[in-house]
Design a protein around this ligand. Sequence first.
Ligand code: ZN
Ligand code: ZN
Ligand code: ZN
Length: 774
Amino acid sequence: MRRERYEVRGVVQGVGFRPFVYRLALEEGLAGSIGNDTGGVTIEVEGPAERVEAFRRRLEAEAPPLSRIDSVAVRETPATGETGFHIIASEASGHVSTGIPADAATCADCLRELLDPNDRRYRYPFLNCTNCGPRYTITRRIPYDRPQTSMARFTMCVACQAEYDDPTNRRFHAQPNACPVCGPRVWLVASDGVEIPSDDPVTAAIDRLMAGEIMAIKGIGGFHLAVDATNEFAVMRLRDRKHRYGKPLAVMARDLEAARELCVITPEEEELLLTVARPIVLAPKRTGCGIAPSVAPGIPWLGVFLPYAPLQHLLFADSRVKALVMTSANLSEEPIAINNDEALARLKHIADAFLMHDREILQRCDDSVMALVDGAPQLIRRARGFVPLGVPLPFDSPPLLAVGGHLKNVFTLARGRFAYQSQHLGDLENLTGLEFFREALAHLMQTFEIEPEAAVHDLHPGYLSTSWAKEWAAERNLPLIAVQHHHAHIAACMAEHGIKGPAIGLSLDGTGYGMDGKIWGGEVLVCRLDGPAPGHFERFAHLEYVPMPGGEAAIREPWRMALGHLHHAGFDVESPEVLALLGAKPQEVRVLERMIERELNTPLTSSCGRLFDAVAAVVLGRGVVDYEAQAAIELEGCALGEGDEPALREYMPELCEAEEGAATEVVLRTGNLWKAILNDLQCGVPAGRIAARFHAGIAEGYINAAANARIETGINVVAMSGGCLHNRRLARLLRAGLEEEGFQVFQHRKVSPGDGGLSYGQAAVAAAILTTRP
Ligand SMILES: [Zn+2]
Ligand SMILES: [Zn+2]
Ligand SMILES: [Zn+2]
């Protein structure tokens, strides 16, 4: 007889772990018990030694699909002669370190019941089980138990309660368990807020969608605005009403087969589409796929995803529905609407009708976005299905809060070996954004019982997140740490891969505040998280500084950036040829030239993203953008069909030394590159070819810079980060070229390379500093 005690850590609550262990113990004929504790679960088993061993093996090998075991501590204890196996009720004390599970897509068993006319949950939009259903978005605090969720107000009927209490049932302790008798309901509401009576609100909603109407549909992490994706007129109406013109809209397809009709999908992308997080996946559009042209104008990809909630499956169960635009219900970058009243107030001028329900959403959570970058999945927007799962840190962190940046904000709470990133919060430009930030922070602090002992922010003095962090830390008398933007990007990539350093960092990004007060964004850094100066970095090289006439205005109007570059490269920007390329009037150009010469509202920037913008302005005529990075995305898109151009010498930025005040800096000069582009344009080289050459040239320039950094430092590890690493062509060319040079190359997988990953990097730098401080 042998008795063992296991302490299992990880995501093991609310994921069917206890019934799984119960079944396992019965199968192996073992006695003992299992209970949730605030750290995870504790199991004791007793029986013949070989059965106990088999149990331990199967515990990890057969764990339920939504669980994640981080560690199992095993201890042998004296046998007690216990008989039978018991499940012990939850305790709610001690330090919380177990994760709340993330929201998970409807499982195959539930889907079968949903569509089975003989099942008691036939067409019931809120069915779920321990293997699927909402989690994070309906949970107020842990431990994850029904009274702590928005299902608390629904009392289970006798049949549901029996399932909930039966350890052999798939719905044993499925906290959101419900049925048509006892659970939430769905109904239809007109834009004036009055309920539209209907026996079958789902079919009524489909009728409206098929007639070209805009429906606001309550989902898991918020409302979606939905229209028939094949109806150009409906899509245009949605764009007009949402004031969102260029930005691509995501499309939900019935199933994998339907998605394949819309896009060219690789087996790896299929896998991504089918993960329980059901993210939006970017894949090349098929020509003639029938999707309305305004869904994703100007780019060859489509963001496609599959239904993940029973209500969505019901919409697609109707054969009329082929593909639906399903976009977050908000105005531009405002937070997604979640409450019925809030949705009505904010969306009544956009939606023709609302499909609502009474299961309250407690946490706003957009859909996550992923793409296959260089053969492996990369998170572009980390939200539903991933939050609040922790991302490991390479060392122990004191409890701290890193507030992130400005656009596409995400904050991070760190403690011990884990960093908990918030969902994508959108832009922190106004009070609505800040309100969402505060709300999500309060929730995550409560959920994990983390009381930060330090606050970390971006170096930019003008960010709302910076001033908020300063105030917040002052109120609590906490130390503050500022981390340079591009340093944080590289630290995020290093920490994600457990690299403490040193590493050469390629931080290719939009814009961030530099140590010299200039706007950085095309940086070659040397970083380390450990050693004598932890959390320290040096700037090895950068794209040469060029004027950014009008500052922020140059981000919205890439033609200004092009003018800044061409002026800097010594072109006569008032010549008819250049004027034509810029699509600008002579007097506009003269005004900007004067601004540059007098250094009026014209910061200097080394941004790589802005260089892409400038090239897109000249090559594609994309002078003004509707959304951030549109020009750069279109430039990547236009090169999609092109093979890999060998890097032409003329297109490669030259590495040189430059006097910068009293110091000498290493810069990547872009003058030749501009000559080559203008020359190719004049010779009638197609835009796609020029775009391909430009990508190859930029990659080659940075590979060369990294090789030089290696000569000087002896470092052979490269970490790549920054918004430009969303560019799949660039990421692939960089990795291939660097590996050919013998570098060990790392890029983001679990954390976004864009500003969504910034706070994770800030947390890593701060943790490195704080843990080694005497
Ligand atoms: Zn299920
Ligand atoms: Zn029920
Ligand atoms: Zn950035």
